[in-house]
Design a binder for this molecule. Structure first.
Ligand SMILES: [Zn+2]
Length: 299
């Protein structure tokens, strides 16, 4: 985490783009710790996907959503509990119904405070964004899947963790073929492995591969990644290919009984050579360490 060099992670709602009928994305414009944020409308309700980091960002997202909704009822969900996705939800209290999967609600209550402290320690701009943050408590919690009727449009919320986190959730808008993946997918960077033993070892490379294979098979038309550029099915397929590559390069060396340090060094060199333009090289190391701890069939 020490390799982070962060610009102020400000959400820019002015950049909002309509990617389907009554469905806009506030793009992260490749700023670290800014997520892609979704606003999905139906005839009587509007769903906001992710809050941005901290109360001030969330206030601008809420103002944008309120404006966009023009009197329609507001719902909020977050793709997972990580700070730039969920640590602004307090601002929506009383204005929107905050709805998430149970595993994510548990991540918030079990790990929220630890992540708040860790992120405050990353960088002064981040600490400032998180100054007034309280870990939010969702209004409604579902177990594995929930169909949210926005009026003339039903949005599907589905728990798919554990993968990037224990409480990963994907949101699909079937009539528009849109899939919000949260941090299960990013573009232009190495997949984020929040593997921080002994504090957090919930990320699973193997489960993540399984989840991405399932999402690829569902053939989404438009994919909104957690960070990076909105695209088509190639976004999901690209992450799946990378995760398999990471697993295979790691396991080949583990099977040759190399030390973990040597495995990390070699896999890092190979993957940087194959993806020279990608950001987030620090996540290769945590990805290798995670996969070194996992065992299973190659699929
Ligand atoms: Zn995340």
């Amino acid at each position: 985490m020490a390799e982070f060099q962060l610009p102020d992670p400000a959400v820019r709602v002015a950049g909002a783009q309509e990617i389907a009928r009554d469905l806009v994305v506030v793009p992260n414009e490749n700023v670290q710790l800014v997520p892609n944020i979704g606003v999905v409308g139906g005839t009587h309700s509007v769903l906001v996907v992710d809050t941005g980091l901290g109360a001030q960002n969330a206030e601008s997202v809420l103002a944008f959503a309120r404006d966009y909704a023009r009197g329609r009822k507001l719902y909020l969900t977050s793709t997972h509990f990580h700070p730039e996705h969920a640590f602004g939800a307090q601002v929506f209290a009383g204005e929107a119904t905050y709805l998430v999967n149970r595993a994510q609600a548990e991540d918030l209550s079990h790990k929220g405070d630890g992540y708040l402290a860790m992120f405050r320690g990353l960088d002064p701009a981040v600490a400032k964004r998180l100054a007034d943050v309280r870990i939010p408590t969702p209004d409604l919690v579902y177990d594995t899947a929930h169909a949210l009727d926005l009026g003339g449009r039903v949005v599907h919320l589905r728990a798919v963790g554990r993968a990037h986190s224990k409480g990963d959730q994907v949101i699909t808008v079937p009539d528009a073929g849109v899939l919000f993946t949260g941090d299960l997918a990013e573009t232009g960077q190495f997949a984020i492995f929040p593997w921080f033993p002994p504090h957090d070892t919930d990320v699973s490379g193997l489960r993540w591969i399984e989840v991405m294979a399932g999402l690829a098979a569902s053939a989404p038309r438009i994919v909104v990644p957690g960070h990076g550029t909105v695209g088509g099915p190639e976004v999901v397929e690209g992450v799946l290919a990378y995760l398999r590559e990471l697993r295979d390069e790691t396991w080949t060396r583990r099977d040759s009984a190399l030390s973990q340090d040597t495995i990390i060094e070699e896999v890092r060199a190979v993957l940087i050579e194959r993806h020279p333009d990608w950001a987030g090289r620090e996540w290769i190391e945590t990805g290798v360490a995670c996969l070194c701890s996992e065992h299973g069939d190659v699929a």
